[in-house]
Design a protein around this ligand. Structure first.
Ligand code: ATP
Length: 272
């Protein structure tokens, strides 16, 4: 850690979040992580992506408020008026960018396993939403770029709903999940738990690829053996039974005309 900002109180609950306290709860192998807590920013992913050329070490940036959170393909991740954890982890990988296929799914597994350890029963929706009771509890946005001198940098962005009031849910436009008891947990311990799983998974993916995550993802699959459709800009591309994911992180569907493998790209999955 290179800086020790004073505790920043969370607006809604007055929970003190402190970079030094989070760092102290991390295992020694992740102590070099630089942790930043800011009161408000547009997007923690955008902040870190802009700083990648000058980053020398892994950075975790947590914003108590995020005013322009992003999802995949330019979609928005909304948090204003709610109590959310919004943060991003910039991590240097030995793998080049083209070796990162499957990383978004691996990060879904990491986040889900971290939450399950805290007794939050979650499942995964392909490619990488974390669901509780079939509603979205957390979103993941991963951006990556080639690193100078080889390998790549990834920025893993997480938005985790702790308390979503009706008014925010109405603005999102879908029923979403939250986990109010997590909001009452020591925020530094909660962050340390999530960081531990996310950083360990970046390391594991870098060394072993998606293989060790494949059975774990399929065990957490929310729609296993259920009828789903794959939508692209409102158009149904495929309809079939969701079998699970393969080693490339593609979704395998059993359709009337045989098995189909779907790349994540910009498509969305919907239960039928
Ligand atoms: P889809 O939800 O269509 O399958 P996706 O999973 O790719 O798409 P993301 O890009 O990960 O979605 O996240 C953006 C979407 O998440 C938004 O379009 C909105 O529907 C939803 N969303 C935005 N804010 C929240 C939130 N706080 N909690 C849950 N869902 C949200």
């Amino acid at each position: 850690m290179s800086e020790f900002p004073p505790p920043v109180p969370s607006a809604a609950l007055g929970v003190a979040v402190n970079a030094a306290a989070i760092a102290a709860l991390l295992p020694s192998e992740f102590r070099a992580l630089q942790i930043e807590v800011v009161a408000s920013t547009g997007s923690t992913n955008a902040d870190l992506m802009a700083r990648l050329p000058e980053l020398e070490t892994a950075v975790l940036r947590l914003a108590l408020q995020q005013t322009a959170g992003r999802g995949r393909a330019g979609r928005s991740w909304l948090s204003e008026g709610g109590e959310l954890l919004t943060f991003s982890l910039a991590w240097r990988m030995r793998q080049p960018v083209h070796g990162l296929l499957g990383l978004p799914l691996a990060i879904g597994v990491a986040l889900a396993e971290a939450l399950i350890e805290l007794d939050v029963q979650v499942q995964l929706k392909w490619p990488n939403d974390v669901l509780r009771e079939r509603k979205k509890l957390a979103g993941i946005l991963i951006e990556s770029t080639q690193a100078e001198g080889g390998g790549s940098w990834v920025v893993v962005g997480i938005g985790l709903n702790l308390i979503v009031p009706d008014e925010l849910e109405a603005r999102i436009g879908n029923a979403v999940a939250d986990a109010p008891w997590l909001a009452r947990m020591d925020r530094n311990a909660l962050m340390a738990q999530l960081i531990r799983h996310l950083a360990a998974s970046c390391e594991q993916f870098d060394l072993q690829g998606f293989a060790p995550f494949l059975p774990r993802w399929n065990r957490l699959h929310a729609y296993a053996q259920e009828a789903v459709q794959i939508i692209d800009h409102g158009r149904v591309l495929h309809l079939g039974i969701a079998l699970g994911v393969d080693l490339a992180g593609c979704l395998v569907l059993q359709t009337d005309s045989g098995q189909v493998t779907v790349w994540a790209g910009d498509v969305s999955l919907r239960p039928v």
